[in-house]
Design a protein around this ligand. Structure first.
Ligand code: HAM
Length: 425
């Protein structure tokens, strides 16, 4: 026998019992974003590789070693998107959405990174992302954070910590970079292999190391906040004032640098210690240079993205996901003639009462087995159509969730009786 083919490592199926949870989260996000006037945009999953190199940065982990890149039949270099910001900027530029207007957009969909899979870290994962264009902030930075805070509230997620930092302007970062190279260069022997590699390519990322042996060295490194110019400092302070005014708590984390190169000024992450090593459930920041870098007119921009799997894991751990039934009514039938009649009846109920979900048993099966399925479906009532009922022109109504006695109603009165039963609830 040939071996069964399995899903690719780090890529997973979302089974029906979980899809309900995803839909619940998506509905919540859609509702909250709608209340702030954000519009959904849908981009392709595949883009030219060049787009990600030019935006995320050539010396980031993502571009250096995590992208799913291939040549298509035309010989074009393409990449499965590792994130959504680059594609979103490409799309708004391509369709002229930045001419004399601001944009508040959101998207959702799968992203792909060839990382080492572990709990909360996948090679295909789902992001819900939000991007805004044309607003220099810090009010819009604050709005984005308010959205996330509101969303946690709506979902019943608590205990997340908001970490905040400012990466300043490109010039300020260049000066900081030099200080870091000088500092870490003096401690070359204490650097691990990864950090030595990053020392000249991307020294800011050394601050992000997870290696405990380097914690002390990193703690003693110069801090970017000390090098911020007047404008950056003001932007950061104003954002903090806005957050405080709205009662959104945050902590300043001078080591928060983010793994993508396009950020400037505000960066933030919402983190939890309840998901093990992969504790960031939402992250983002300002990227004022990216639009110009990709060929557009200089346009301020800021956004964030949430990891859906991580949020679902949190909701599951906290028992916050509502149990939703699959159906309101389960139609049980027995006998050839009853089966035919049952299908017609189910259609009639669906026509008359479109708010109700009707699950009709198909095929044969003992009543007992059918009632078991009815119970599993979560339906409140079972409609019972056997040969006896059929002969009398009646249908049985069995209440599955309370102790009311079974009723028999004339088939012609069924819709009216169902309306009554479900109206009361
Ligand atoms: P990111 O920090 O790379 O930022 O990803 C955002 C979120 O996606 C993470 O905080 C995490 O929850 C989730 N995530 C990332 N990688 C994985 C993975 N391998 N498995 C599961 N979840 C993952 C961005 O992607 C930026 N585009 C965010 C942004 C939008 N910045 C501005 N606008």
């Amino acid at each position: 026998m040939e071996k069964n083919i399995q899903a690719i490592r780090g890529m997973h199926d979302v089974l029906p019992s979980q899809t309900r949870h995803w839909q619940y989260l998506e509905a919540c996000v859609r509702e909250v974003l709608g209340r702030y006037g954000y519009q959904e945009v849908r981009m392709p999953i595949v883009e030219f590789t060049e787009l990600f190199k030019r935006s995320i940065g050539e010396v980031t982990d993502i571009v250096e070693k995590e992208m799913y890149t291939f040549e298509d039949r035309n010989g074009d270099r393409l990449t499965l998107r590792p994130e959504g910001t680059a594609g979103c900027v490409r799309a708004v530029l391509e369709h002229g959405l930045l001419h004399n207007q601001t944009q508040r957009l959101w998207y959702q969909g799968p992203m792909f990174r060839h990382e080492r899979p572990q709990k909360g870290r996948y090679r295909q994962f789902q992001q819900i992302g939000v991007e805004t264009f044309g607003m220099a902030g810090p009010d819009i930075d604050a709005e984005l954070i308010f959205i996330t805070a509101r969303l946690w509230k709506a979902l019943g997620i608590d205990g997340l910590e908001l970490q905040l930092n400012s990466l300043g302007t490109a010039e300020e970062r260049a000066a900081y970079r030099q200080e870091l190279v000088a500092y870490f260069g003096c401690h070359h022997d204490a650097l691990d292999e990864d950090s030595r590699r990053r020392l000249h390519s991307n020294p800011l990322r050394i601050l992000d190391t997870k290696n405990p042996d380097m914690a002390e060295l990193v703690a003693g490194a110069p801090v970017l906040a000390d090098l911020l110019g007047e404008g950056s400092r003001r932007h950061f302070e104003q954002l903090q004032t806005l957050l405080k005014a709205a009662g959104v708590r945050f902590v300043f984390n001078p080591r928060l640098v983010r793994g993508l190169d396009y950020y400037s000024l505000t960066v933030f992450e919402w983190v939890t210690d309840r998901l093990g090593a992969q504790g960031t459930v939402c992250a983002g920041g300002r990227y004022d240079s990216l639009v110009a870098q990709l060929g557009g007119r200089s346009t301020p921009a800021v956004g964030f993205a949430m990891g859906v799997e991580r949020l679902i894991a949190l909701l599951e751990a906290d028992g916050r996901l509502p149990e939703t039934a699959r159906a309101d009514i389960y139609l049980v039938q027995r006998g050839e003639a009853a089966r035919r009649e049952a299908l017609v009846l189910a259609e009639r109920v669906r026509d008359a009462l479109p708010q109700l979900r009707v699950l009709a048993h198909c095929g044969n099966g003992a009543f007992k087995a059918q009632f078991k399925r009815a119970d599993h479906s979560g339906a409140r009532i079972a409609l019972v159509l056997g040969e006896d009922e059929l002969a009398r022109g009646e249908i049985g109504i069995k209440h599955l969730r309370n102790k009311l006695p079974q009723e028999a109603v004339a088939v012609d009165c069924l819709v009216g009786r169902l309306a009554e039963i479900f109206d009361k609830s």
